[in-house]
Design a protein. Structure first.
Length: 133
C-alpha cells in the first residue's frame, strides 16, 4: 500500500461551536469552508475546512464533546502553507491568533520552519512553511 497524502482529518467540536470554528478557521486563518449548506440542511453531520485542493478538516459538532485533558490520543495536524514563516507569523498576528511555539520540525517534506497554534477547542495545528524558506 502506498499513501500519497492526508485526505482529511475529522475533529469533534462542541455542539454550539460552529460560529467559533468559522471565526478561527475561516476568518482568522483564512481557510475556505465547504459543505455548510449540507450541514445546515441536516444532510451531513459535519462541514469542512478546505486546507488545500486535496485536503480538508471535517468539523462535527457533538453534544457530548469534552475537550481532551491530555494529548495522548491527539497531538496535532500539520498543514503546509504557501508562505514564508515570517508571512505566516505576520498573518497570525494580524488576526490576533497567538503562536504557541516556533520550531523547525521534520515533516513529510523535510525539515522546515513551523508555528503551532491552538484552535478554540483545544486542538493544536502546525502551520508549516515551505522547506526552502
Amino acid at each position: 500500500m502506498n499513501g500519497t497524502a492526508i485526505d482529511h482529518v475529522k475533529l469533534r467540536i462542541p455542539d454550539g461551536g460552529v460560529e467559533t470554528a468559522l471565526a478561527f478557521y475561516r476568518d482568522a486563518l483564512g481557510f475556505d469552508v465547504d459543505g455548510m449548506e449540507l450541514y445546515e440542511s441536516g444532510e451531513k453531520p459535519f462541514f469542512s475546512v478546505r486546507l488545500a485542493p486535496g485536503a480538508v478538516i471535517h468539523l462535527e459538532p457533538d453534544p457530548s464533546f469534552d475537550p481532551a485533558s491530555d494529548r495522548n490520543a491527539y497531538d496535532h495536524v500539520a498543514v503546509r502553507i504557501d508562505d514564508t514563516i515570517d508571512g505566516i507569523a505576520d498573518a497570525l498576528s494580524a488576526a490576533d491568533v497567538e503562536i504557541d511555539r516556533r520550531l523547525e520540525p521534520l515533516g513529510a517534506t523535510g525539515v522546515a520552519p513551523a508555528v503551532y497554534v491552538t484552535d478554540p477547542f483545544g486542538y493544536r495545528i502546525e502551520l508549516k512553511a515551505d522547506a526552502s524558506d
